[in-house]
Design a protein around this ligand. Structure first.
Ligand code: V47
Ligand code: SF4
Length: 375
C-alpha cells in the first residue's frame, strides 16, 4: 500500500484527529515525540499502529526479512545476581546448574558443520569465580574451532561484572575481549531503565546509566551492539516510552545499535509473581510502536524461540524485519521461563520457508547485517 492509500484508510476509519496527526508525521518521516508514543500506547488500536509500522518497515527494507545461522552458547547459569524475573540462575552445585569448561563447549561446536553457522552468540550468568581469562580463552577457542564465525557475546551486565571482579575498567575489559575475538555484543540486561522499577525487579544488576555507558563505550571502540526491553510485567506505558527514549538518545550520539529486540516477560519458574502474561495483541502493538519510535535503530528483531514460530510470522506485518537465527536448540534461558518453543531449532530451509509463507523475501545476513544471500 502506498502513502495515499493508507492515509485514505485512516481518514475513512475515523481515526481520532490527534492520532491522524501522528500518522502524518510518520508519512513525512518526522520523528514522533515521547508524548506521541505514549498516546499510541494509550489510545491507538492494533490495526492503526500496525499499518504505520508496516509502512515504515517496508519503506526501509521492502519485503526483505533478515535471518542468520547462529547458535547460542550458555557457558553457565550460575549467577551472582538474582533477578526476580529470571527463571534461569542456579547456585553452583545445584542439580539444575551447569558450568561448562571451555573444552566442553569446544566439543559441542566441533559437532556442527562449518557451513551451518555464521554466528556464535554467547551469554550466561555472572559466575562468582570465573575470571576474565576464562572468557578470553573461550573467545579464542571459538575462533580456533570456527574461524569464519562472528562472535556476539556478553551482555553489559557480564561486562560490568568482569570489570569489577578483575579490577579493570570497562574500556580495558572490552579492549581485551575484542583482541580475543569479540565482534559484537547482544542486547540483554537492559530490562527496564526506570530506576525505581529496576531496583524492584533486579536490585543488584547493572544500573540503567551504566548499561547505557557500557554500550556507548562498546560503540566508541567499534563494537556494534543490540538493545532489548523486558516488557509485560509491572511496567507502565510511560516507563516503556522512557526506555525507548533513552535508547534513541544514545543511538543519535553513537549509531552503534544494530537491532532492538522486545523480550516478552514469561512467567514460569520465577519469583516475580505475575499471573497473566500479556495477550498477543499487546505484543504486536509493542513491536509496532517500537518500530515507529526508534527511527534510528535499523532493525527490529523477533526472538522466535520465546514467542513461537507461528506468532513470530505475524510480527513480520507489524514492523519486524529480522527473524533472528536458526538457534540450533542451544538456549535454555527461555525454555526455563516458559517459552513457546521448548526445543528451538530451525534449519536454514525451514527458516526460509517460514518467511516465504508470510509473503516476505528471506535474506540471509551475517552479524553485522551484511547480506549473504537473498532467497
Ligand atoms: O536480559 C530473563 C531476558 C535476556 C526472562 O541481542 C527474560 O541478539 C522473558 O538479551 N521472561 C537475555 N525474558 C536474552 C537476550 C537476547 C536474546 C536473544 C537475542 C539477543 C540479541 C539477546 O533474557 C535478559 C532478560 O531480559 N529474560 N528472564 C523471563 N522470565
Ligand atoms: Fe543472572 Fe541474567 Fe538471570 Fe539476572 S537475568 S539472575 S543477571 S542470569
Amino acid at each position: 500500500m502506498n502513502t495515499a492509500e493508507i492515509q485514505d484508510i485512516i481518514v475513512k476509519t475515523s481515526v481520532a484527529k490527534d492520532l491522524q496527526s501522528i500518522a502524518d508525521k510518520v508519512f513525512q518521516e518526522e520523528r514522533i515525540t515521547c508524548d506521541e508514543a505514549l498516546k499510541l500506547y494509550e489510545k491507538a488500536d492494533l490495526n492503526f499502529v500496525g499499518l504505520l509500522a508496516n509502512f515504515v518497515k517496508t519503506k526501509k527494507f521492502g519485503s526483505s526479512v533478515f535471518f542468520n545461522k547462529n547458535i547460542h552458547v550458555e557457558p553457565s547459569n550460575v549467577c551472582v545476581h538474582k533477578c526476580r524475573f529470571c527463571s534461569y540462575y542456579r547456585e553452583s552445585g545445584s542439580q539444575e546448574s551447569w558450568e561448562y569448561s571451555i573444552e566442553e563447549i569446544a566439543e559441542q561446536l566441533r559437532t556442527i558443520p562449518a557451513e551451518a553457522l555464521t554466528e556464535v552468540h554467547i551469554v550466561g550468568g555472572c559466575h562468582p569465580t570465573r575470571t576474565i581469562d576464562y572468557y578470553c580463552d573461550l573467545l579464542k577457542t571459538v575462533k580456533q574451532v570456527l574461524p569464519h564465525v562472528f562472535i556476539k557475546a556478553f551482555t553489559a551486565v557480564e561486562i560490568e561484572y568482569m570489570a569489577k571482579m578483575n579490577h579493570l575498567s570497562v574500556t580495558e575489559v572490552l579492549t581485551k575481549l575484542k583482541q580475543c575475538g569479540l565482534d559484537a555484543m547482544p542486547g540483554g540486561g537492559a530490562e527496564i531503565f526506570d530506576e525505581k522499577l529496576r531496583a524492584e525487579m533486579c536490585p543488584s544488576k547493572t544500573k540503567s546509566a551504566d548499561w547505557l555507558a557500557i554500550h556507548k563505550e562498546a560503540h566508541l571502540l567499534g563494537i556494534q551492539t543490540n538493545a532489548t526491553i523486558l516488557y509485560g510485567h509491572k511496567e507502565t506505558f510511560a516507563q516503556r516510552v522512557d526506555h525507548l527514549n533513552r535508547l534513541r538518545t544514545l543511538q543519535d550520539e553513537t549509531h552503534g545499535f544494530n537491532a532492538f529486540i522486545p523480550l516478552k516477560y514469561k512467567k514460569e519458574n520465577n519469583v516475580l509473581g505475575i499471573e497473566r502474561e500479556l495477550p498477543w495483541t499487546e505484543d504486536l502493538r509493542n513491536f509496532s510502536i517500537s518500530r515507529l519510535f526508534l527511527d534510528n535503530i535499523p532493525h527490529l528483531k523477533v526472538y522466535w524461540p520465546m514467542l513461537g514460530k507461528d506468532f513470530s510470522q505475524i510480527t513480520l506485518d507489524y514492523g519486524v524485519d529480522d527473524f533472528d537465527g536458526t538457534i540450533n536448540d542451544s538456549t535454555k534461558i527461555y525454555s526455563m521461563a516458559g517459552s513457546v518453543e521448548k526445543r528451538p531449532i530451525l534449519t536454514k530451509e525451514e527458516m526460509i520457508a517460514l518467511i516465504k509463507e508470510s509473503n516476505k523475501t528471506p535474506v540471509e545476513r551475517d552479524t553485522m547485517y551484511s547480506v549473504i544471500k537473498k532467497y
